[in-house]
Write a protein of this length. Sequence first.
Length: 280
Amino acid sequence: MASVHNILEELHLIACSLLPGETLRFTEDPSGWAALLEAYSANPGMELTSAVHHPAHFQVSASGDDVWFDIELPLEYGVERRAPLVAVKGHHLGRTEQEQWQTTVVEALEEVRGSEYPLYELISTHLLPHIHEASERASATPAVTATGLTAQAPKETSLRYHALFTSHHLKSPQKRRSLSQWSHELMLTGFAKIGHPGVIYCEGVQEDVEEFISRVKGMQWLALRLRFIEPAPSDNDRPRERKWTEFERTGEVVEEMKRQGREHFVVEMGIGSAGNGRTN
């Protein structure tokens, strides 16, 4: 029953990383997956006493959003790494919007292919953040005034800043989800290097970077250090994609900063080496 244990492990990771208002709810559950997950959460080393004959079928959603994801996991998922079946649902989804969401799902599935925890990354790093981002875009849509003219949002006038944290480690699924969620909410770009040591880098409007820093400091850490917060280098030719990435090796951090022409910001802090791409 190794495959069932693998599925329960990822479902447990997802359940632990859900933010307030986010839910994972089993729908068709003849094999009692909800009870199995509850038992696994209490004792990850538990022995399964009976066979599981039906796939795990559940929904992932966020309160206040019309869109949710209907997910089915084949029983072979944990052994053969078969991809989950993901359908996009919504009470008011039009055909075009449905197709756009399904394209997003296909692209996300491709990105997590080969990951150690593809289901966890699919939901926590891609699907739920996309729901929140779509909701924020909808709420930020300019209103139409009584004259029929569209009210324009104020232009961004704040300086762009960037900041770098290091910590003893970064492993908590809850912290990783929070960092990803905050980056989307505050429209930041950046990354987190998980494992030992932990590295967090972000860039965005000054006020948003400062808010991000405040939230990070509000969590419990071992040896958290804010290495710097300062105006970001002026590189207007570089496209600014609002994207949050996770890395597992220090060498990947150096390569990403080198790609941006900013490797000295991490190398001078003793993180990796620009010359040899050393990894941890």
